[in-house]
Design a protein around this ligand. Sequence first.
Ligand SMILES: [Zn+2]
Length: 152
Amino acid sequence: MRLHHDRRRNDRKIEKQNTILTLMGMLWALPLTILGLILAFPVWIARGKAYAVKESTPALLVRGPVGDWLLAHHPFGPMTAMAIGHVVLAERKGLSRTTLVHELAHVKQAARWGIVFPFAYIASSVWALLRGQDAYWNNAFEVAARDAERRA
Ligand SMILES: [Zn+2]
């Protein structure tokens, strides 16, 4: 009885710590999230939709015709979805569970790395290229996001 009670109290403590870490991550990734919101705004305003994703990592999911166009014309090649800070831009035609998990992994990375994240991401691509590997497929952040997909 007592043990059970203590465990519940401990669970609450962990929950509180997780909330604080989540808030710190959101603050740390805020410059990226603002950029994501600037990009998401025209997507949302032009017959788009925005949804709050309430998972272990909170995110704003935005979809619309403008988003489809942006993703299709991504400088790295056509994408089904992309994360910018806590904003996830996804195609309207079907967002799979694995794609969402993949993008939320990138949101978590942004929360961990903050404003340094885009530079760390590019550095990882350059590192892959220097080793004769693929800049996208062998990027450490992409490898980690694919691992998260497999775990889900
Ligand atoms: Zn990815």
